[in-house]
Structures are given as C-alpha cells and as structure tokens.
Design a protein around this ligand. Structure first.
Ligand SMILES: [Ca+2]
Length: 276
C-alpha cells in the first residue's frame, strides 16, 4: 500500500486492458466444432464490455488526503485519508472547503469508509479494527475487530462488502462484523487481484484496482466482471502534480447517476458518467 511513482502507475495503465482484450480474444477464437465445449465455456466466461466514459466536471480536491474511501450522501462527500499520523475522516460539498474533520489516532492507517444508516464504518489497513462513527457528529460510537487487512468497504441491502487486496470480496454482517460469505471476482475466467475501493450503483458493485487505472463493474451474484473502464484520462489530468499516487475513490450520486472519482494525493475530484 506504499506510494508509487507516476512512472510506475502510468506504465501499468495500459497493461490490464491488453490482458482483458487477450482473454476476451482467446475465448472468442476457440473452435466451434465442439459445441458442448463451447457451451461450457460460455457458461464459465462472461463477455466483458468496455463502455467508455465521459468526464463531466472537475473540482479541486485536498491533495494532502491519501484517499482510501469515498461516498456521497445527501449532496455531501465523505472521505477517509490514510497514512499513520495523517489519517482522518472528512466531509465537504464538492468544490468547497472541508466542512468537518475527525483526526484518527497516530497508530491508525485509515482505509475504506461506507454509510450504514446514520453511521459511518471505517476500516483500517493492518490494525484489524473497524471504527463506527455517528454520521452527523463524527463521534466514535462503536468498534469491531476483524482478521486480516482492510482495504475497501461498502454497504448494500443489509450486508457489508469488504476487500483486502486479494481477488476475494468478504461479505460481512454489519451488526456483528462476522464473515458470512465470500465472492471470488473473475474476468474471462481469471481471478482479478488487488480489488480496492468499492461502490454500489444500480445493483452492481464497482471496484478500482490498486496500481491500475481501471475500474471494474462486478455482478455480485456470480463474481464476474461484466464491464471495465480504463481511467487513464484522469491520470493525464492530474499528472502535472508529481506527488500523485493511485486512483482510489469511487462515490456514486444516485439522483444524478454519475460517479465522483479521485485518488491518493490527487489535486482534483472528477465527476464522471460511466457508459453502460
Ligand atoms: Ca466508495
């Protein structure tokens, strides 16, 4: 989870789409003589779409925030920043100064956040703790312990979804934080590692991938990636700042049906319409 140079990031920007294409192309190129084999293959592999996207607007973003979690609620953006000694929970209206901050203890490396009713759940990188804050006051109300690393977190329909940098999404009970199941994420039959920040939108779970410019759209019933978006254009628009790290923030505005995207130490927050 360390910082990466811009060169390293940009050098990986084009790799995943190429692999995606190769996987897709290999699947398509198989012989149609064995219809049984083809049928089995079509059941195992989903067709990944690349619908593209449109950048609608960009706003200034606090470039001291090592963005780890992002969600929007009632017009307000909630964001967690990581790194020990700098970890914090903030909220703001996009384009306006930060309105509220809760500084975390220096031993904490904050990771993802999500909204659960009138509370905010915040997981941590290696501390094995999930902190639960009052959404309005940012007061700490509860803590849970869990095993393993915490990367991204999202809440949907009574369940918590959590990543740890692997290809597996944990499904967790929000009342107890007990693990109830797992989702193995695959693309063209291959597992996809480094799942990071998460966001539910219109029934699908979106994730960005660590050290990639890609956002993937996951069907949680099957774990299959059904669409992928290469966000290289966002990197190009912030690359004038040599301090920038990876893209790592996805928030969905349900009414406008647009995504807000940013990254670690990025000076900009983007409003983006993802194609379907
Ligand atoms: Ca999110």
């Amino acid at each position: 989870m360390g910082r990466n140079s811009l060169h390293r990031i940009l050098s990986t920007v084009l790799i995943l789409p190429l692999l995606m294409f190769m996987g897709f192309a290999c699947g398509d190129g198989k012989s149609s003589q064995d219809t049984t084999k083809d049928k089995k293959q079509s059941q195992n592999h989903s067709v990944v779409k690349y619908p593209g996207y449109k950048i609608i607007n960009e706003f200034p973003h606090d470039s001291t925030l090592f963005t780890q979690g992002l969600f929007m609620s009632e017009g307000m953006m909630y964001e967690s920043g990581g790194m020990r000694g700098q970890s914090r929970l903030v909220r703001y209206v996009p384009g306006q100064p930060i309105a509220q901050t809760h500084q975390m203890p220096s031993y904490v490396f904050s990771e993802g956040i999500c909204e659960v009713g009138d509370q905010i759940f915040m997981i941590t990188y290696t501390a094995g703790k999930c902190f639960v804050f009052n959404k309005k006051t940012f007061e700490l109300e509860q803590e849970f312990n869990y095993f393993g690393e915490g990367w991204g977190i999202e809440y949907h329909n009574g369940k918590i979804y959590m990543t740890d940098g692997s290809s597996v999404i944990k499904v967790i009970n929000p009342e107890t934080f007990v693990l109830e199941g797992t989702i193995n994420v695959t693309m063209n039959g291959n597992k996809v590692e480094y799942l990071n920040e998460l966001e539910f939108a219109d029934g699908y779970l979106y994730a960005n991938l660590w050290r990639r410019a890609d956002i993937v759209k996951i069907d949680i019933e099957t774990g299959k990636i059904v669409a992928a978006y290469n966000m290289a254009e966002l990197y190009e628009r912030v690359s004038y700042n040599p301090a920038i790290d990876v893209l790592n923030g996805i928030a969905y505005h349900e009414t406008e049906k647009v995504f807000y995207l940013t990254g670690k130490l990025w000076p900009k927050l983007f409003k983006v319409k993802l194609g379907e």
